[in-house]
Design a protein around this ligand. Sequence first.
Ligand code: C5P
Length: 209
Amino acid sequence: MIIAIDGPAASGKGTLGKRLAAHYGFRHLDTGVIYRAVAKAMLDLGADLQDEARAVAVARALDPEKFGDPVLKTQAIGDAASVVSAIPAVREALINFQRQFAADPPGAVLDGRDIGTVICPDADVKIFVVADPKVRAHRRTLEARGRGEAADEALVLTDILKRDERDKNRAAAPLKCAADAHVLDNSNLDIEGGVRAAIAIIEQARATR
Ligand code: C5P
């Protein structure tokens, strides 16, 4: 079984994906981390983020063992990730890895921007997570402070809105809700409430399959 979770920045889809994978005993892939890893490698090289040939080479050479590096979670890397992820050839270079991950048993939860639309269009269940940008900015600010980073909520909101625009309006695999996705608005839900709502969606989809 493949569960696709998409949504904008800081919508809580990563945490939700992890929790659902644990609940069902499936593997979990936070695909944002892949683009973040490409971005970090480009920054480490001192490369121009728009340099397509280098970004593709970096994407092909990625080491999944390094996806747990906490520095990948920072705002600066997230911004850079949204630039490299707009390059179609970079996305292309990362498709097989994601599809293979999804196909391996016993089942998988993938979260990102284009899982239900491009990577796994035949996913068994698709959930599109949304939340009010102000709520997302508040949560992201608390998370950043929890990691010891200085974070100004107004600037975080500006960044989230900028990233949403870039992700929605790019030509390659833009962020959009698949026609057959279930929309889950977690603006007024805590993590547990969001997990319960998602499980209800999945159970209903399984029962009607
Ligand atoms: O979800 P996260 O904030 O970690 O993603 C970082 C950036 O990577 C996003 O803003 C988006 O531009 C890009 N991304 C993407 N496709 C995905 C996952 C993330 O383009 N499947």
